[in-house]
Design a protein around this ligand. Structure first.
Ligand SMILES: [Zn+2]
Length: 563
């Protein structure tokens, strides 16, 4: 017999089994019991919180002839027909793959026919935010006045991306992320029913890794069990299988820093860079590690400590015993300050290096203003030369010291950073200086063929995107890079722009690429850029929407011109 994944096997079939969403379950139950069922529901919440599961139970309940406490009875002819797949009155649509106007038209055409059996036709549209703008408009009319026998259940992870016109027509239910305790409890039930032997601590770790999603947690449990069939699943097993972070590098790094060993610290960072790790993430993980040291040293909140195996825990505790709490706090402060700087800096490594050196040498590397002067003078003035042979320290050997070129790069990076900050500060809360007028970016001489085509068909492109994406992109400026690729530029506010983050995440990039290649018949490169201020945007990113061309038909020729 083939294996059924746990999350399928244990998918709730009645409201009683739905965990962690009591506020929603109670309301829906009451509606069914009092026969006051709505015609359009919107289920919002992050993945794996039970939106589709609850939608399916609701769909069966409203059709059940003898519901039990609001849940489907499972016995009546309609319940039986639905179970066997014979009933046609629950229609599930995944908007992620059926997002066009035609898909919605199909639904609307079908809505006209009353259900062959049972009371209601229920349409469950999953990932509804992926529908295109045109599809939403088509759906709207039906949502406004659905026939008596039709119920729409729209599910989405991104309610903010839905048009207000849709939101205002639905009863909205927000699904909560499920707590670790609730997930752990459910996992325990599943293990007991399956006769699996699993440690509580392992279950808690798996529940935690599920990150609020019951489905993810069950899938992770599946993975762990598959690796350790027939044995008791322990915490260390779960860590192994689920690839807990190897914390030994953090431990070595913090110890090196505590020993004021600049060279060892920078060498460890070098290893990290060579492993190709993303440095912002590395910094975040390091902060968590230092936080765990703090918790371990206070001996409270040990449950909150990052999940590490028994050996690494011993190392963590030894480090915690070694370093005083004031120093730990200082490390956390230094590293946290770095977090926001790292986010969009192209010089991540330099910033991390500077921070590590500062952590190694408290009090010796604090006179930041002098760094804006000549780097050599600054080095002589404020850095302990015994470990920095970049300046006159001929006795130091290459093996025991930071090499001078590296030090030079480090100072240059820091200088650039400081002068950028000074410029921003001088311009008053990071806005544009008033005394030097903003120049307009140079107008490109001609657009490459692809870019020109996309530019001229922009509306068509935007209309075929999922509506959430078209919202993110509508905020961006359309331009071209120096090497002639299509560039979308968002304006950062305090270094951030969430629409830029969303549009440029890998999944959305794929959707954008696909939509563009459907439009143009070939691959079009897109560059996603964040302009750090208004000046940067205006001076470096020419707005090519000014260059839309129209074809002007004349009697004997077709001319093109700018409008
Ligand atoms: Zn029934």
């Amino acid at each position: 017999m083939s294996y059924t994944a746990l999350y399928r096997k244990f998918r709730p079939v009645s409201f009683d089994d739905v965990k962690g969403q009591d506020h929603i379950v109670t309301t829906l139950r009451n509606q069914i019991k009092s026969d006051r069922i709505g015609h359009a529901y919107l289920f919002c919440g992050t993945r794996g919180t039970g939106k589709t599961t609850v939608a399916k139970i609701l769909a069966r309940s409203v059709n059940c002839e003898t519901p039990v406490n609001g849940s489907p009875c499972g016995e009546c002819p309609t319940c039986q027909a639905i179970k066997s797949g014979a009933a046609l009155n629950i229609i599930e649509i995944d908007a992620a793959s059926n997002n066009g106007v035609d898909n919605v038209r199909e639904i609307i055409d079908e809505v006209a026919y009353s259900p062959t059996m049972g009371r209601y036709k229920v349409y469950i549209i999953d990932e509804v935010h992926m529908l295109s703008k045109g599809a939403f408009n088509a759906l709207l009319k039906t949502l406004e006045e659905p026939p008596e026998y039709v119920i729409f259940i729209l599910a989405t992870t991104e309610p903010n991306a839905l048009p207000v016109t849709i939101l205002s027509r639905c009863q909205r239910y927000d699904f909560h992320r499920i707590t670790i305790e609730t997930i752990q409890g459910r996992l325990r039930t599943v293990c007991d029913e399956e006769g699996l032997s699993v440690d509580d601590k392992a279950l808690r770790y798996i529940a935690k890794m599920g990150d609020g999603s019951m489905r993810d947690a069950l899938s992770l449990l599946d993975q762990c069990i598959a690796f350790h069939i027939g044995e008791t699943l322990t915490y260390d097993h779960a860590l192994d299988v689920l690839g807990a972070v190897d914390t030994s590098v953090f431990d070595r790094l913090i110890n090196a820093v505590y020993d004021h060993d600049v060279v060892a610290s920078l060498n460890l960072l070098q290893d990290v860079v060579e492993q190709g790790r993303e440095l912002s993430q590395f910094n975040n993980d390091l902060i968590w590690y230092v936080r765990s040291i703090m918790l371990a040293s206070t001996d409270t909140g040990l449950d909150e400590i990052i999940d590490i195996n028994t050996d690494d825990m011993a190392a963590l505790k030894a480090t915690a015993a070694r370093i005083d709490s004031e120093t730990v706090m200082r490390y956390i402060r230094e590293l946290s300050e770095l977090t926001s700087q790292l986010r969009y800096s192209p010089q991540k490594r330099i910033l991390l290096e500077v921070t590590l050196i500062r952590m190694c040498k408290p009090g010796e590397f604090t006179a930041a203003p002098s760094l804006t002067a000549d780097p050599a003078a600054a080095a002589g003035g404020s850095v302990d030369m015994s470990s920095a042979p970049g300046a006159p320290a001929p006795a130091a050997t290459a093996a025991s010291a930071v090499d001078s070129a590296e030090f030079r790069v480090l100072f240059d990076g820091l200088k650039a950073r400081i002068s950028m900050l000074e410029e921003k500060l001088a311009s008053g809360s990071f806005s544009v200086k008033e005394d030097t007028p903003i120049k307009e970016a140079p107008r490109p001489e001609a657009l490459p063929e692809d870019v020109e085509y996309v530019n001229n068909h922009w509306k068509e492109f935007m209309d075929s995107l999922p509506v959430n994406l078209s919202i993110y992109i509508s905020e961006a400026r359309r331009g071209i890079t120096q090497d002639g690729r299509l560039e979308l530029t968002w304006l950062a506010v305090n270094g951030l722009n969430t629409n830029f983050d969303r549009a440029s995440d890998p999944t959305n990039r794929d959707i954008i690429d696909e939509t563009l290649s459907e439009l143009t018949g070939k691959h079009v490169d897109v560059v996603y850029t964040l302009a750090h201020d208004k000046r940067d945007l205006e001076e470096h990113h020419f707005d090519i929407s000014q260059l839309i061309t129209v074809e002007i038909e004349t009697e004997d020729e077709t001319a093109t011109g700018y409008v």
